[in-house]
Design a protein around this ligand. Structure first.
Ligand SMILES: [Mg+2]
Length: 319
């Protein structure tokens, strides 16, 4: 490479000098790892030739939306969500549709999206390096509207309405593996309260099907927790939502659910029913617990979900 400094009018140095890229970190300080992650991350940026990062901590009042907007306004090259799935949802909600990529540094124990994407959930600095040196791709996000609200909420992994959603939200952090999930479902067999709920489920505006069920889940990714693939065919970038209805009949019904979820496809039965579509509308005859990406958000009777294909750019380690 040669530099042309002879003629002012042909001087292109300012335009061609690559400006150091800059990352913003939106971090949940309650989940910050042991040691001085902030100092480590600053050092990493220096080592990797990135500018000094913008460091933004979430608060109880603003769990990430405001910080992500501030990062976007600062024109950074990537906004890293450093926290749990709640932080990820907030950052993704702001970045979706903007073209500015999100990076993930999983902290805490849930990390549903990171697990689905194969991102290092054990070493925040390794995950950070993966973001800085990574490549960009895009994933689908899902917009959810509860009970005909004006507000849309965004999720990346799954939404759940019903009995499972209630317990899942409370126990997801403790569920480390498949055995843990089995234990949870086994508890469900023994402590199943109430009656099944009547649900009308319409996909892509088609006439609704009616089911009596315990739980309905809408998935954007396959793994919902602890590596369990509730939606074995789900892909995060296919523009398709995967819907599953769990409808155990009586106490032994949960065993059929287990067989359906963990068994091979040909052993699935009426207790576990799958649908796909680009949008879904679910109407229950009574309100049920509701969760988004493992966060319990109260109760709802009506849920409308719409996939936004490829709306979110992600920056992560290749492969
Ligand atoms: Mg999909």
């Amino acid at each position: 490479m040669s530099e042309n400094t002879s003629a002012p009018d042909s001087q292109t140095a300012p335009a061609s000098t690559p400006q150091a890229r800059r990352a913003a970190v939106v971090i949940n300080p309650m989940k910050a790892p042991a040691g001085d992650f902030k100092a480590d991350f600053h050092r990493l940026c220096e080592t990797e030739g990135w500018a000094e990062p913008l460091w933004l901590e979430t608060t109880a009042e603003d769990t990430g939306l405001g910080q992500a907007r501030q990062a976007l306004g600062a024109g950074v090259d990537v906004v890293i969500a450093a926290g749990g799935d709640g932080t990820v949802r907030c950052v993704a909600e702001v970045l979706a549709g903007t073209g500015t990529p999100m990076g993930l540094v999983p902290l805490g124990t849930g990390n549903l999206l990171a697990r689905n994407l194969g991102i290092d959930i054990t070493d925040p600095l390794a995950a950070s390096r993966g973001v800085l040196n990574g490549t960009e791709s895009s994933v689908d996000v899902v917009k959810a509207v509860l009970d005909h609200s004006e507000d849309e909420q965004l999720f990346l992994v799954m939404a759940g309405l019903g009995y499972d959603a209630a317990i899942m939200a409370n126990t997801v952090d403790e569920l480390k593996d498949r055995v843990g999930w089995l234990a949870y479902v086994e508890a469900g067999i023994r402590h199943l309260p109430g009656k099944p709920v009547k649900a009308e489920i319409s996909l892509d505006g088609q006439p609704a099907v009616t089911r009596r069920m315990r739980s309905v889940m809408v998935g954007n990714c396959g793994k919902i927790m602890g590596g369990v693939e509730i939606f074995p065919d789900a892909r995060v970038d296919d523009g398709i939502l995967d819907v599953v209805i769990l409808a155990p009949a009586g106490k032994l019904g949960w065993l059929n659910v287990l067989a359906g979820v963990f068994g091979r496809k040909d052993s699935r039965n009426a207790s576990v029913e799958y649908f796909t579509g680009k949008s879904a509308e679910i109407t229950l005859d009574q309100e049920q617990e509701f969760q988004l990406d493992g966060d319990h958000l109260g109760k709802a009777k009506h849920l409308k979900v719409t996939v936004e294909p490829g709306a979110l750019a992600l920056r992560m380690a290749a492969g």
